[in-house]
Design a protein around this ligand. Structure first.
Ligand SMILES: Nc1nc2c(ncn2[C@@H]2O[C@H](COP(=O)(O)OP(=O)(O)OP(=O)(O)O)[C@@H](O)[C@H]2O)c(=O)[nH]1
Ligand SMILES: [Mg+2]
Length: 232
């Protein structure tokens, strides 16, 4: 297994510190066709700026898009996971549709110390559902190390939409491994068991198109080749 590969149930120190190996996305990384393959899942992170989505203390500039690559084992099968992370301020320019494209799960983060980041979850969620109406989504209350009492609070947003809520500290690692493992499982199970209605429609259109092409081809061959004519 490569150095970045980690098994579910065998948490990586990288994961627990919220600092998985990071690759600045380059164009060939962004070939999203790969997410159609069984062993690839895409998980996106959403949330306001500075809530701790990336938690890279040494990171000075924020890239518009960062991919965190991870290898997991789910039910004995190896799964390649791409976590897509973006700078929160992108919300104000409206996120590019390709960020959501083919995503299998979403991790939505807010900062327990800044109420506005909790309030903005609604906006993030609406945008998510416009693009991906069905994918599993989990909510993360981050920075609980700063105020452990918040774990006693109930956060209605998660309850209202029946979303799992995780109390996390990316700084000290609390619940980080559990969060990522659960998100990976949800992404894999979404991919295996359900499809967005739009995915199905698109697939159906593709099939019809293929069938039409095959028919046209057959017509063409039958008309063009006398050998295919029935004997008279
Ligand atoms: N106390 C505490 N600070 C944290 C935690 N997670 C992140 N931070 C700090 O919060 C600040 C913002 O963290 P980032 O990971 O850069 O936030 P982000 O959501 O990726 O922000 P953008 O990339 O701008 O969207 C940094 O100074 C982190 O060190 C945490 O769990 N606890
Ligand atoms: Mg970030």
């Amino acid at each position: 297994m490569e150095s970045r590969a980690r098994e579910i149930g065998a948490p990586s120190p990288e994961l627990s510190q919220g600092s998985m190996a990071r690759d600045k996305a380059n164009p060939c990384e962004l070939d999203q066709e790969k997410y159609d393959a069984d062993d690839n899942v895409k998980i996106i992170c959403l949330g306001d700026s500075a809530v701790g989505k990336s938690n890279q203390p040494q990171q000075l500039s924020t890239y518009a898009l960062t991919l965190y690559k991870h290898t997991a084992t789910v039910d004995g099968k190896t799964v390649l996971v791409d976590f897509w992370d973006t700078a929160g301020q992108e919300r104000f320019q409206s996120m590019h549709a390709s960020y959501y494209h083919k995503a299998h799960a979403c991790i939505m983060v807010f900062d327990v110390q800044r109420k506005v980041t909790y309030k903005n979850l609604g906006t993030w969620y609406t945008e998510l559902r416009e693009f991906r109406p069905e994918i599993p989504c989990v909510v993360v209350a981050n920075k609980i190390d700063a105020d452990i009492k918040v774990t006693q609070k109930s956060f209605n947003f998660a309850r209202k939409f029946s979303l799992p809520l995780y109390f996390v500290s990316a700084a000290d690692g609390t619940n980080v491994v559990k969060l990522f493992n659960d998100a990976i499982r949800l992404a894999v199970s979404y991919k295996q068991n359900s499809q967005d209605f739009m995915d199905e429609v698109l697939q159906e259109l593709e099939n019809i198109d293929l069938e039409q092409k095959e028919e046209d081809q057959l017509d063409h061959e039958q008309r063009g080749s006398p050998k295919s004519l029935p004997p008279s």
